[in-house]
Design a protein around this ligand. Structure first.
Ligand code: BGC
Length: 739
């Protein structure tokens, strides 16, 4: 390189470094200067996050004027947020802006599929884009922070909140967590199209016992570290701005008071530097749980655990001044928390020109824009999972001229949005029936029958079944849309039965007697027991709660315009009694593989099969893929080196398609018990008809590492089994040795 050019580069790098540092110190100075001017009451006000649903009352406005409101939760649109912000800026003594926050979980107005469905795409770029849509819309509506991503690993579909995260697997969950953080925080063309993310619920909430929400859980430290923490670490590494505590406890103490989790693990080991907040009233909850005698003690415990922001309990704003004055906490503790709030306000651009962020015209332009529809439809298509397709009944052939559309969910709109639908409006939703009309309307005669009622979990409306059977008898093919109502899953949506509500299974059984080809479309937020559904259907499509444009996406999959490519991010049980169920179970001394008639001394059931109905990672396509044997470039590797494993995949069918190629590893002998197999990598492969591509996975020591007996991450020499295949139970395998 020419010397002048080299000097120039060094100069640019040095001056950039200097101005970056100056910039940072100017930012820090701005915060310290604000902090130095606040009274203890105003500081406590900054830590107070309150809900304002609908029109604010005069009391709310006065609290803002009095400097008692640092943040507001609930989205009321750009105009109302502008009004409240103006009061904070111009009428409160500190003139500090409000940070507006909301549960923008899978969309603000244009609603994407529920997060569990998105994870079924395994397409991190599409997931990132979907979060970016949510961020653009929310930011335009005057929101600066979302309570997402929710990254709680969950292995029990009875827990309603399974819809909110990425399923059962810590590895997939980690990648999805990072993609969502990037989508929310970094994907806008302009900074004002991004919002701050808040990863939740730290940690172990997904293990709530027996699927009952808010229930105790008693995960061991090993399980916490192996299963529940990795997606949080991924979100932290992706730069997540804030973190929310779980409602649940860890090792006998509510997380809101756990110094071990919130300080030693989160800040110490995991390196989190952002803001921490409680979940809804988790400070006074400590009194209910019986670990604090009163709110003052609970507030002290939360401050001592280092929780920065109080969601909706008002305890910080009411009690912090008293706790400081009586010497129970130091002003430094309060300053540390306020500093975190101010940093977020600064990051959100609120310390510059705060009012510029609230603009109704921009909001109108952004919400439900064409681009937002397109990105949302892309992820909706990719999240559909084809579970059964007997004799290639799908895609629907051109010879089919009469389709009966049956089922209580064929015409619903609100339910397709799922829980946490934010400002999603059912009127904007394309129902599955409407999607089918649009896709097949001109060439095909569509008829409809509801088939049964859904009235909560009651079994009602069986009188509608005969009419549905009549409609089916006249058709060439029957599409049956089954599912659950939006409120049946999500927060507080625990269910004991995992059979579809009401008479849906009976309806399907009666329809099956017509011998017409039956395609079942399942619109649910969680895995249901689809054993009877599969028996009575020729094809089954898991469509989840697919969001605003979900109806179109379902129709385009059924017509074959889009070849389904989703794979299950969570195991679909064969029987309710198998729950909790997941693929990466640990080795036992007795086998998992024997059936009810084999040796009874096995880790299995006497009455039902051990295998799930559909394993983790499973999903069909309209084409087929052939996997070659695995080729390793070496049969051993060193800890500093790596090893390459390749397979050739060929599209052996008649249409182009996407395959999600999965890599699993098993550590044969280790100093602690290890899983039978763990997902460690995957690749998305788009293949034309007849095309072949070779996928090469690189195995490095980090993929072989695990949490040792002292809870430190270690790598041990020894033999490993390497599996590659289309899902967690259909795998080719080979072995290699780590030296
Ligand atoms: C939920 C959180 C949510 C918060 C605010 C709580 O009940 O657990 O996930 O972000 O409410 O709506």
């Amino acid at each position: 390189m020419n010397r002048t050019l080299l000097l120039f580069i060094v100069f640019v790098q040095l001056s950039f470094g200097v101005s970056f540092a100056q910039n940072n110190s100017a930012k820090a100075q701005q915060i310290e200067s604000i902090l130095s001017k606040l009274s203890i009451e105003e500081k406590a006000g900054q830590l107070n996050l309150i809900p304002i649903t609908g029109e604010p009352t005069e009391k709310h406005l006065q609290m803002i004027r009095d400097g008692k409101v640092g943040s507001i939760i609930k989205s009321n649109g750009a105009a109302q947020n502008f009004k409240l912000q103006k009061i904070a800026l111009e009428e409160s003594k500190s003139g500090l802006p409000i940070l507006f926050q909301e549960d923008v979980i899978h969309g603000y107005k244009t609603i994407a599929p529920i997060p569990l469905a998105e994870a079924a795409s395994w397409d991190l770029e599409a997931i990132r884009k979907s979060a970016a849509v949510a961020a653009r819309e929310a930011a335009a509506a005057g929101i600066q922070l979302t309570y997402a991503p929710m990254v709680d690993v969950c292995r029990d579909p009875r827990w309603g909140r399974i819809i909110e995260a990425a399923g059962e697997d810590p590895y997939l969950g980690s990648l999805v967590a990072a993609a969502r953080v990037q989508g929310f925080q970094n994907s806008g063309e302009n900074a004002n199209q991004n919002i701050l993310a808040c990863v939740k619920h730290f940690a172990g909430y997904g293990a709530s016992l027996a699927g009952r929400d808010y229930n105790i859980q008693d995960v061991s430290e090993r399980e916490l570290r192996e299963v529940y923490l990795p997606p949080f670490q991924a979100a932290i590494d992706a730069g997540v701005a804030s973190l929310m505590c779980a409602y649940t406890a860890y090792d006998g103490l509510p997380v809101t008071a756990s110094k071990f989790l919130m300080q030693d693990v989160l800040r110490g080991e995991m390196g989190f530097k952002g803001l921490t907040m409680t979940d809804w009233q988790t400070i006074p909850n400590m009194v209910k749980i019986g670990v604090a005698e009163n709110d003052t003690i609970a507030t002290l415990m939360s401050m001592d655990a280092g929780i920065d922001m109080d969601m909706s309990s008002w305890k910080y704003v009411q009690l912090i001044p008293y706790l400081v004055k009586t010497g129970k906490i130091t002003e430094k503790q309060v300053d540390d928390a306020v500093r975190q709030v101010l940093i977020l306000k600064q990051k959100a651009g609120l310390l510059d020109d705060a009012l510029a962020l609230f603009n109704e015209k921009r909001q109108d332009k952004e919400l439900l824009s064409k681009k937002n529809f397109a990105d949302t439809k892309d992820i909706a298509l990719k999240s559909m999972v084809l579970l059964k397709n007997k004799e290639q009944i799908l895609p629907i052939k051109k010879t089919v001229k009469n389709i009966a559309v049956v089922g209580p969910f064929a015409k619903v709109k609100r339910d397709l949005l799922g829980w946490w639908a934010c400002k999603g409006n059912p009127d904007d939703v394309i129902s599955i029936y409407e999607g089918l009309e649009k896709e097949f309307g001109k060439d095909v005669n569509l008829t409809y029958a509801k088939g049964c009622e859904i009235d909560s979990f009651k079994r009602v409306g069986a009188h509608l079944i005969p009419e549905a059977v009549k409609v089916a008898q006249k058709a060439d093919l029957v599409i049956v849309v089954l599912g659950e109502e939006y409120w049946m899953s999500g927060e507080g949506g625990g269910t004991a039965s995992l059979h579809l509500p009401s008479y849906q299974e009976k309806l399907l059984a009666e329809l099956a007697k017509t011998s017409k080809p039956i395609v079942s479309v399942i619109a649910t937020g969680r895995p249901y027991i689809l054993t009877q559904v599969a028996d009575n259907s020729d094809a089954v499509l898991q469509a989840w709660m697919p969001g605003t444009v979900g109806g179109e996406a379902v129709a385009e999959v059924l017509s074959g315009k889009f070849n389904p490519c989703g794979k299950l991010p969570v195991t679909f049980p064969y029987h309710e009694g198998q729950v909790p169920i997941f693929h990466s179970y640990k080795k036992t001394s007795h086998t998992f593989n024997s059936g009810p008639k084999d040796n009874r001394y096995s880790t299995t059931y006497r009455d039902v099969q051990n295998a799930p109905l559909y394993p983790f990672g499973f999903g069909l396509s309209y084409t087929s893929f052939d996997y070659s044997a695995i080729e390793l470039n070496s049969s051993e590797m060193t800890q500093e080196g790596s090893l390459k494993a390749s397979v050739k995949i060929t599209n052996t069918g008649k249409v182009a398609g996407r395959e999600i190629v999965q890599l699993y590893l098993r550590d044969k002998f280790a100093s602690v018990i290890r899983p039978m197999k763990e997902l460690k990598d995957f690749a998305l492969l788009d293949l034309e008809e007849g095309e072949s591509k070779t996928v090469t996975f690189e195995i490095t020591a980090d993929k072989l590492s695990f949490i040792g007996r002292d809870y430190k991450t270690i790598v041990e020499a020894g033999e490993f089994t390497l599996f590659i295949g289309p899902n967690s139970s259909d795998l080719k395998e080979t072995t290699f040795r780590l030296k």
